[in-house]
Design a protein around this ligand. Structure first.
Ligand SMILES: *Cc1c(COP(=O)(O)O)cnc(C)c1O
Length: 396
């Protein structure tokens, strides 16, 4: 080995064992080196007994997977490059041509778009059920149903469903079904983040999260996770994940690991600020309704109070119908601390107006426009003052 290039690549130095630090190391790989050809031929990729290829996991991704599974009370986890790709991974892993998937009417929009686009093209139908009415779900279950999505609460209108009742309806329909035709329940647990409630204790088969939101907390990284307790389900997810080639980068994984330690504190702080502002907002002139599962009278409040011990950083305000959409847009633009933007659970507060009738199939009780607020880490007093000055301007 006299050539410099060869010596630079095949460097003999190995750092000493025993380095211990607060943060786990960041391991990055496409290629993973095997000790010999026999190991290359026989190394198993589908469990965590070894390493085979960057797409199949590194010490960094295995660490995050273990932590997310533990936080959610599950057993197995697989990471995906975004929350949306984690959601579509669940669809693609378990749905086949001729199957039907049921979505709550208030589901995350891009998940609906995937059902109406790719799933429909592949001969997989979807229908919507009323998340607040388990009897409505029962009436829509059919021999073709293979997957039921649950979102707690709905993305924009924040209705909190009775998860055990929805799961019980599906379990009853599964009585007598062949195991491979069993209807699965998948929860989008982005809002709960494993903190507000324990998804597997409520009976769901699969819990998916956008780690983009609370676990990261920085508004600077995209990632998703799918957690299960059942090994067969995990294996099916893993096979589909492998065939799709859904990798996540070591640096992105490290950002999420870095965010995790402060997640319970952030969740708690943002919860308190959000409840204070939502409660205050209820009394403001021109606001006819505030939607937040912890507020008495908000749809699904009783189910939230039974199952959950915390609430995330979202609330929505419905304005009086006398305000036009352009007046509501101007109200949002007048806010200084709240900025228009998607995603949430980061440091900065966000606002976004929605036209609710356009995004759901069921009748909507209100005629006025809706604004969803996502509360960041700013002080409640400053955010309240910001809302107050924009509300004053709305009325003048
Ligand atoms: C943000 C979000 C997602 C998607 O996450 P991305 O990482 O942005 O793709 C899925 N479900 C819910 C409820 C979300 O809020």
């Amino acid at each position: 080995m006299s050539d410099l290039s060869t010596r630079l690549i095949h460097h003999p130095y190995r750092p000493p064992e025993g380095f211990d630090a607060v943060a786990p190391g960041v391991h990055k790989a496409s290629t993973v080196l095997f000790k010999d050809v026999q190991a290359l031929r026989t190394q198993e990729w589908a469990d965590k007994s070894g390493y085979t290829y960057g797409l199949h996991g590194t010490p960094t991704t295995f660490t995050l997977e273990e932590r997310i599974a533990t936080i959610e009370g599950g057993q197995y986890c697989v990471l995906a490059p975004s929350g949306l790709s984690a959601l579509t991974l669940v669809d693609m892993s378990f749905l086949r041509q001729g199957d039907e998937v049921l979505l709550p009417d208030n589901a995350y929009g891009p998940g609906k778009a995937f059902a109406a686009g790719e799933l429909a093209h592949w001969g997989i139908t979807h229908r919507y059920y009323d998340p607040l009415d388990p009897a409505d779900l029962v009436s829509r279950l059919s021999p073709a149903t293979r997957l039921v999505w649950i979102e707690a609460p709905g993305s924009i209108t924040l209705e909190f469903p009775d998860i055990p009742a929805l799961v019980a309806a599906v379990r009853q329909a599964n009585d007598g079904r062949a195991p491979e035709r069993r209807i699965l329940t998948a929860l989008d647990n982005t809002w709960g983040a494993g903190i507000a409630f324990r998804p597997f204790d409520l009976g769901v088969d699969i819990s998916m999260q956008a780690l983009t939101k609370y676990p990261s907390g920085g508004a600077d990284v995209l990632m998703g996770s799918v957690v299960t307790r059942d090994h067969a389900l995990h294996h099916q997810l893993l096979m589909c994940h492998m065939r799709l080639g859904l990798g996540v980068s070591g640096n992105d994984t490290e950002l999420v690991l870095r965010g995790l330690a402060s997640m319970p504190l952030r969740y708690q702080t943002q919860d308190a600020t959000t409840r204070a502002l939502a409660t205050w907002m209820q009394d403001q002139p021109g606001v006819v309704r505030v939607l937040h599962p912890a507020l008495a009278g908000s749809p699904g409040h009783e189910a939230w109070a039974r199952e959950a011990t915390a609430a995330a950083c979202l609330f929505s305000a419905v304005f009086d119908e006398r305000f036009s959409q352009s007046q509501i847009d101007a109200f949002c633009d007048r806010l200084r601390l709240f900025r228009p933007g998607w995603s949430w659970a980061g440091p900065i507060s966000l606002c976004a107006p929605y036209n609710v009738p356009a995004i759901r199939t069921r009748p909507w009780a209100h005629k006025g426009g809706l604004v969803r607020f996502a509360i960041g880490l700013e002080s409640a007093d400053d955010l309240r003052a910001d809302l107050a000055q924009a509300l004053v301007a709305l009325h003048t």
